[in-house]
Every structure is written in structure tokens, then in C-alpha cells.
Write a protein of this length. Structure first.
Length: 258
């Protein structure tokens, strides 16, 4: 892949749209931060009142609240995520600026597809969490003299599992990165079909994806903080994924047959 041409095209396309692109790129991180902070503020308010301390300390009401809050927020974020990708695609001249979900049925379909993709992300993260907790527990137990060697050996094995689990979770995340785009590009496809197409789309191109992301690391460290580079990163990734969609369409006739 010619990265220089890709970066040049995306930069030229953002001319005259940079501040709008900056606003669009900041929308998702800002809303994610708000999503994290609001439950913390609500819990802090309950603790200040002093009569609902058990709600904060692992009570089932608090757990139910967090689950419902997460579902509500993901539903609220769905059209925002779609609009951000649509805007960058339109600024690149590759898609039309149009409403993502014209009917409740289209919204429900997108919620099901992205919800299933989110479930796969969660399942891929479970081994990471389990291996991390196991490694910490075994390392702590290895500080005692009794059976220290066996505990240390088990900790090394858990760290190895953790390493490969992290790689698998990252691979899964990249494989599903095209799902939001294909969700609107392939309106006739079901959830499993969209997910399979996303995996096919990125198969053999994980290195290209990470090369685009990591090329901003030196600039982020030495020149500008990451928030000001987000528009260019979004533009590059949108261009990369749209080019892959067109390449697969040329190779196989049509990526999303009707």
C-alpha cells in the first residue's frame, strides 16, 4: 500500500473541512468520557447523601443501573458513530452525506449488528481479564516461601496466556473495524454476514491498519497532542477501509450483493 499517497489524499480532502472534521472527531471521545463520568458523579452524589452507601458497594441495584445505563448510552451513540464515519466518507468524496437511519427498522438492524460485534469484543476481552487476574494472584502467592516455585511457574504461564490473549483481542478489534461502514454499505445483509465480510475485508491487512495508526505516534509525542491529530487519523482509516471495500468489489464482483 502506498501510505504517502493515502495520507496526501486524505489531507487534501480535509482542506476547508478541518475544523468541522475536528469537531466530528472529538464528538466520540467526548461522549465516551461523559459516559464514564456521569455514573461516577451519580454514585458520588449518593455517597454524599449517606443513605444509599450499599448501592455503591456492589449492590444489585447499582449493577442493574450500570447495565441499563450502558445499553441506553450505546443506543444513543449508534447514530453518532454512523454520522462520524459518514461525514468523513463524504469529505473524502467516497460516500454521500445522507441520513444513516431513515426508519426505526434500519436503526434496530444497525443496533443488532453493532451489538453483536460488541459482544464479540467482550468475549475476546474475557481471556485477557482472566489471565491478568490469574497472573497477579500467582505473583502475589509466589512471595510466600511455601510452593513459591510452582506459583512463579504458574505466573509465567499466565503472563504468556495474557500476551497471546491481548494479541487475539487486538486482532478481533481490527477484524471488526469495518462493521460500522459495512452496516450502511450493505443494507440487505444480516448481522453475521456483515461481520464475516468485515473479517474478509481486513484479512491479510492488519499490518496496513496498524501502520496507519502507529505512523501518528511520533507526531503525537513530538509535535501535537492526539486530539488534534484525530481528524487526520479518522480520514486515513476511512479512506483505507473504503478502498478495501472497492478492491473486494472489483475482485469478487460485488461486496454486498442484493
Amino acid at each position: 500500500m502506498d501510505y504517502r499517497s493515502l495520507h496526501h489524499f486524505s489531507r487534501q480532502s480535509l482542506k476547508g473541512h478541518y475544523f468541522r472534521a475536528l469537531r466530528a472527531a472529538w464528538t466520540l471521545p467526548f461522549l465516551r468520557l461523559l459516559y464514564r463520568l456521569l455514573p461516577v458523579g451519580f454514585g458520588w452524589l449518593l455517597l454524599i447523601r449517606g443513605d444509599l452507601t450499599d448501592l455503591w458497594d456492589g449492590g444489585w441495584l447499582w449493577i442493574a443501573y450500570l447495565m441499563l445505563w450502558g445499553l441506553f448510552w450505546e443506543g444513543l451513540m449508534l447514530p453518532v458513530r454512523c454520522a462520524v464515519w459518514k461525514h468523513f466518507g463524504a469529505w473524502l468524496g467516497l460516500t454521500r452525506m445522507q441520513t444513516c437511519f431513515r426508519t426505526a427498522q434500519e436503526y434496530a438492524r444497525a443496533a443488532w449488528i453493532l451489538g453483536l460485534a460488541g459482544l464479540l469484543h467482550l468475549l475476546a476481552a474475557l481471556p485477557v481479564t482472566a489471565a491478568g487476574f490469574m497472573a497477579l494472584w500467582l505473583l502475589r502467592e509466589s512471595t510466600f516461601l511455601a510452593h513459591a516455585g510452582w506459583h512463579l511457574f504458574g505466573a509465567v504461564q499466565a503472563i504468556t496466556v495474557l500476551f497471546w490473549s491481548v494479541l487475539f483481542a487486538l486482532r478481533m478489534r481490527v477484524s471488526l473495524s469495518a462493521v460500522p461502514l459495512l452496516c450502511t454499505e450493505c443494507p440487505q445483509d444480516g448481522a453475521f454476514s456483515v461481520i464475516r465480510r468485515s473479517m474478509r475485508l481486513l484479512d491479510g491487512h492488519h499490518f496496513d491498519y496498524w501502520s496507519i495508526v502507529l505512523c501518528y505516534l511520533p507526531a503525537m509525542v513530538l509535535i501535537l497532542p492526539m486530539p488534534f491529530l484525530l481528524p487526520r487519523l479518522y480520514a486515513d482509516l476511512t479512506l483505507f477501509l473504503q478502498l478495501r471495500i472497492r478492491e473486494m468489489s472489483d475482485q469478487g464482483g460485488s461486496l454486498c450483493p442484493t
